[in-house]
Design a protein around this ligand. Structure first.
Ligand SMILES: [Zn+2]
Length: 410
């Protein structure tokens, strides 16, 4: 079947980070042997930043890291990285704290924004990279995005002064929010916190047990999170909380409820990912007036991560039917969708929604499109081919409307 939808807005992505990465070598599509050979052939005299490293396919430690040229390898999930022995002096010089803590997983999970800033600094970002990354998303069906963790003040200024500023809704870490002046604070949608790790890094805060190694990682103690939310609740801005496992989701809800009774107010409350949210947590989120920001893409974790998640978790992942039919969340109102850039574009999300691993993950095309919402600052139409036989959705054409040029500001 062929159908047409509007050019969409991605409610969760990492635009400046991926834009910075655009000049990096991406090994995510290579097999382990091919990736290994490529890594060995990289320049010996300078640091190369490599993205898309799948540590579970190509584990690298000890001797392997000692034999490689100067490399910073960034995990596919963005959570986790490795530095080759030869790369260490380069990383130490640029970002000493990140270098010193590179083998400390707890520190790394607790300092995701600092690590994103380091990635961004080492890879470099400019208007050209930003514009071409945003341009490259249009043929995939996406015209604008929430940028969930603007990594540095430099990146924030790039985004704000970009020709595509209208196509970005910006979120920053609390440290960056406190550092910048009033006009910059007013220009961001809010503050983003990471509460737990990721499934790919075996660090999402689930009760478990994991199959094989895995540890629930928390960035904050309950008390520290509450104090931070009370502080942010006085800033007259929005809040977004990354919480994947049910333990992190519970921590977020309890802290928000208590912060609220202590007078904290937010322009918007967003809960990000929520892959293992249950019925009772959904009810509490509804009561708080929170917006659930979720990624249909990650429904396929139920297929991809059967090596680490028990069946009960595979079945509970992304329970969209429960959220919509039982808890009363409405796509586009208090349930919004995005990609996290894994991968970019609407095709993968549409495939995961229409042909999910589990029935509770099913979304109609109308629900998916409403949950993404129309692109901002740009418009157009996207033609999709839905193949019921192969269970795949593909983008077969995108037509961008002519944009009315912005009046030059005086
Ligand atoms: Zn993200």
């Amino acid at each position: 079947m062929i159908t047409t939808i509007p050019l969409l807005h991605d409610n969760h992505n990492h635009v400046s980070l991926y834009a910075a990465f655009s000049s990096c070598i991406d090994i995510s599509r290579l097999g382990p042997e091919e990736a290994w050979n490529l890594l060995g052939s990289l320049p010996k005299e300078r640091l190369t930043v490599v993205r898309g490293w799948k540590s579970f396919e190509l584990p690298l430690a000890g001797e392997a890291l000692a034999s490689l040229p100067p490399l910073l390898l960034i995990n596919f999930s963005l959570h986790g990285f490795a530095v080759s022995d030869a790369g260490l002096p380069f990383v130490e010089q640029a970002v000493p704290q990140v270098a010193a803590n590179r083998n400390n997983q707890i520190w790394c999970e607790a300092h995701v924004p600092a690590i994103f800033a380091a990635y961004c600094g080492l890879a470099g970002i400019d208007e050209g990279k930003l514009v071409s990354y945003i341009d490259a998303m249009v043929p995939l069906g996406i015209g604008s995005s929430d940028e969930m963790t603007v990594p540095t003040q430099g990146a924030l200024d790039r985004c704000l002064s970009s020709a595509y500023a209208e196509r970005l809704k910006l979120w920053v870490a609390p440290e960056l929010y406190e550092k910048v002046d009033k006009p910059r604070r007013a220009a961001v949608a809010g503050v983003k916190l990471f509460l737990d790790g990721a499934i790919g890094a075996r660090s999402a805060a689930i009760q478990g047990p994991w199959i094989g190694p895995g540890t629930a990682m928390f960035t904050y103690t309950d008390e520290a999170l509450l104090e931070l939310l009370v502080t942010i609740g006085g800033w007259n801005t929005g809040i977004a909380l990354h919480a994947i496992g049910e333990l992190a989701i519970g921590q977020a809800l309890t802290a928000l409820e208590h912060a609220h009774t202590r007078g904290a107010r937010f322009r918007q409350i967003r809960l990000e990912h929520l892959q293992f949210i249950d019925r009772d947590q959904a009810r509490r989120a509804k009561q708080l007036g929170a917006i659930l920001s979720m990624q249909p893409n990650f429904s396929s974790d139920s297929r991809d991560y059967s090596d680490r998640l028990p069946e009960s978790y595979l079945r509970r992942n992304n329970p969209f039917r429960m959220l919509i039919d039982e808890a009363g969340f409405e796509p586009g109102i208090d349930l919004v969708f995005g990609s996290d850039g894994m991968p970019d574009g609407i095709a993968y999300a549409a495939t995961a929604s229409l042909f999910p691993a589990h029935p509770v993950q099913h979304l109609s095309l109308a629900e998916l499109v409403t949950g993404y919402g129309p692109a901002r600052g740009v418009s157009g139409t996207v033609t999709l081919e839905i193949d019921e036989d192969t269970g795949r959705v593909t983008v077969i054409g995108v037509k961008q409307d002519d944009q009315v040029p912005r009046k030059p500001s005086r």
